[in-house]
Structure formats: C-alpha cells, structure tokens
Ligand binder design. Structure first.
Ligand code: NDP
Length: 288
C-alpha cells in the first residue's frame, strides 16, 4: 500500500482496539483492489468519542468503524441513520460526506445474515430460533433473524431481566415476530424445538462451554451459529456441534461479511472476500 497526497482516511474507533482484525482485513482488500484509502486503528476512550468524530470530520476522513464501547453512543451523533441502526440501536459503520454530514449504518446485521445464507440454510416454516445473550450482538442478530424470515425467537440471558427488556423492546418494533424470554435454566430451554441456536454471549472467547446447553437435545437438522470468534481455533460450541454432525458456523464469516458490507458502503466496490478468507490466518495481528 502506498500513501500519497490523495489517500483517503478510514479507521476504527474503540477502547480497547489493539485486538481488532479490521485494519488487516480492510488494508488487504484496499491494496488488492488498488483503492487509494488507508485504514487505521484509533484507541478512543468513551468520553472522547464526540471530539474524535469531530476530528475525523475536520480531517476529511471518508468514514470509520466503531467497536466496544462506542456503538450505542454513536447513534445520537449521526445526521442520518440506516433502517438497521433504527432497529438495532447501534452504529458500527459511519460515512462522512464531503460536507461533513454523518450517516450511520449497522453492518453486523448483514454480516450475520450473509454468514447464514452462504451456507444455503433456509429457516423451516414456523421454525424457532434460540438466541443466547441479550447485549449488542443479540440486538443485531435479532434484526437479522427477522430478515431471514424467522417468525419465532426465544431469548435467554444470564441476567434474565435484560432478555425481558430486549424482548419487550423488539415486540413493539417487530409485531410479526413471536418473541419470548426464558430464564437460563437447563430444563427450561426448548432445545428440541429449535431449528437455529445462536450464541451472542461472550462465552467461548476464553474456551468456555455454555452451561446447560445439551447439544444432543437439538434436532439433527438444527444449525448452530456462534458469533464468538477465537483466533486460535473453533470455540467449544462450534467444535461440539460439528462433532455431533450439526451444521456449525463460527464467528469468522460474520466478522468478514460485516467488514465487506462496510467496505462496499465506503468504496462502492465489493470486498474480495475469498482472498480475505484464504489468507485470514496469516493476516498481521498484534502480539498477544
Ligand atoms: P455485550 O457486552 O453487549 O453483551 C455480552 C453478552 O454476554 C450479554 O448477554 C452477557 O450477559 C453475556 N455474558 C457475558 N459473560 C457471561 C457469562 N460469564 N455467562 C453468561 N453470559 C455472559 O457484548 P456484545 O453483544 O457486543 O458481544 C458479544 C460477543 O459477540 C462478543 O464475544 C463479541 O466478540 C461477539 N461479536 C461478534 C461479532 C462478529 O462479527 N463475529 C460481531 C459482534 C459481536 P449479561 O447481560 O447477563 O451480562
């Protein structure tokens, strides 16, 4: 990649940000296509977010991604918001127009939907999805499930009141979805009736298993999607689901496809996803 006088700035704001794989993915895609942009990581503490955004506007940056803890805080800073941002309540991709106007998008939704669609999976009519977790990723996944055509979703979370709040919020926005929250108790989880199990908790990142999730209770055609991505092999959930012969999807496809959607929003070009997938394990990473 050559940086010259016309090179446009892209980046990611987060705190911490040192673990992010986004600069490696985007810079590889930009240089592969010969596009005149450069993508950098910026560690921005929560209370500096408005100043950082104003700074990027002043610098004439083309746009940026956001990760923890900024996704929700960005929503009110936007001049315009995509349909997904209204639905999820979080922004992970921003376009800065030449006049400084900010448009917020949420590409985690497209990342999740594309990761499932590319397997060829279609939800069975009336099928039920079991969603583990009720944080930011769960909100994006819930919008994605609605886009995929799921009509029944059960949400389960360690702190059940958070799942209940999520369900109440989404019931008013998506009245066509049949939503229910249940406590995370082994015997209460309707695994036998589930066509799709999605993990959006952070469990698995450090090789943890999910308590009370007995995969032998899932139907043989059920799909397991773990949003968690580990740099060092599959999560226990993905490994155990694959061992049982279930279709098991890890967090990497979602990660790459959310980046691909952002890339297309900024540059108008398709990210060379196959190249990124092929070399993903060799992408430059920060030392651990
Ligand atoms: P949040 O902090 O918003 O939510 C975390 C969720 O994990 C909550 O539901 C929380 O439950 C649950 N949780 C945390 N610790 C435990 C535990 N010990 N036992 C049970 N539940 C627990 O995070 P996000 O929703 O933003 O992210 C969640 C995961 O999804 C992360 O690992 C993240 O990397 C991944 N992700 C992956 C993406 C991808 O592209 N592949 C995109 C976005 C996220 P509680 O409410 O009870 O605290």
């Amino acid at each position: 990649m050559t940086i010259i006088g016309t090179t446009r700035l892209l980046g990611i704001l987060g705190d911490p940000v040192s673990h992010t794989l986004s600069p490696a993915m985007h810079n590889l895609a930009l240089s592969t296509l010969g596009l005149d942009y450069c993508y950098l990581p910026f560690r921005v503490p929560a209370d500096h977010l408005p100043a950082a955004v104003r700074g990027l506007v002043a610098l004439g940056a083309a746009g940026f991604n956001a990760t923890i803890p900024h996704k929700e805080a960005l929503v009110p800073l936007m001049d315009e918001r995509s349909v997904e941002v209204h639905a999820v309540g979080a922004v992970n991709t921003v376009v800065i127009a030449p006049n400084g106007r900010l448009t917020g998008y949420n590409t985690d939704v497209a990342g999740f939907v594309t990761a499932l669609r590319e397997t060829g999976w279609h939800p069975p009519t009336g099928g039920m999805a079991l969603l583990l977790g009720a944080g930011g990723a769960a909100r994006a996944v819930l919008v994605g499930l609605q886009q995929l055509g799921l009509t029944r979703v059960v949400v389960v979370n360690r702190h059940p009141e958070r799942a209940a709040r999520l369900v109440a919020d989404f019931r008013s926005r998506f009245p066509e979805l049949e939503l229910q929250s249940l406590p995370w108790e082994e015997n209460a989880l309707p695994l036998e009736a589930c066509c799709l199990l999605v993990n959006t908790t952070s469990l698995g990142l450090r090789n943890e298993t999910l308590p009370g999730i007995e995969l032998s209770r899932l139907p043989a055609q059920a799909v397991v999607h773990d949003c968690v991505y580990r740099g060092t092999g599959p999560t226990p959930l993905v490994r155990q689901a694959a061992e049982r012969g279930l279709l098991a999807i890890g967090g990497l496809p979602m990660l790459i496809h959310q980046a691909a959607r952002a890339f297309e929003i900024w540059t108008g070009q398709k990210m060379p996803v196959a190249i990124i997938q092929d070399v993903f394990d060799q992408l430059p990473r920060p030392p651990t």
